[in-house]
Design a protein around this ligand. Structure first.
Ligand SMILES: [Zn+2]
Length: 174
């Protein structure tokens, strides 16, 4: 398959900024996981298109345009969650409202992630009218890989082994 991976945020847009127990920008975690995911998917013989491969800003419409112009089979946006509530935690996957093909992609990915990380809260599949989900022409999901606002989960997200495990879990679902 030809797969578009979309590392959330970048450049002047840091995404959510975790501050406890140390500073961690969402844009750096999403890029790191996405680059690992690219390697894993390519190892399985897939072709990967990234919406960014370095710390640059890319508009939401351009992210969708990159996927559409490359005629990819599926689109996966990688993000970290954030909340005012420091205790909020868990893994969730988003699809465009009522998207049957989105759900078909989201279910194995969400299941694979919560199976790989059994101690993490299962927040399930959620639906919203996100621009990258709306404007992409192919099955599209947005994965929220834990909360950067939760000190325990910030440490989890910063850990390269965990990032690798996330990449492997998504790949096995694909
Ligand atoms: Zn984000």
């Amino acid at each position: 398959m030809k797969i578009c991976i979309d590392p959330g945020h970048g450049g002047t847009d840091p995404g959510a900024i975790g501050k406890d127990p140390f500073v961690l920008n969402e844009k750096d975690v999403t890029l790191s996981i996405s680059l690992l995911l690219k390697t894993e998917l390519e190892d399985k013989g897939h072709t990967v298109v990234l919406t960014r491969d370095k710390d640059v800003a890319v508009s939401l419409s351009n992210r969708a345009k990159i996927a559409n112009q490359n005629n990819v089979d599926i689109f996966i946006s990688i993000h970290c969650n954030s909340s005012e509530n420091k205790d909020a935690e868990g893994i969730e996957t988003w699809i465009f409202p009522n998207s049957t093909v989105g759900k078909k992609l989201a279910e194995p990915v969400q299941n694979s992630l919560v199976t790989a990380f059994p101690n993490h809260k299962k927040r399930g599949i959620r639906e919203d009218n996100f621009q990258v989900l709306r404007e992409t022409n192919m099955p599209a999901i947005l994965v929220e890989c834990e909360f950067i606002s939760n000190p325990t989960q910030l440490k989890f997200l910063s850990d390269k082994d965990n990032q690798e495990k996330i990449a492997k879990a998504i790949t096995s679902a694909i």
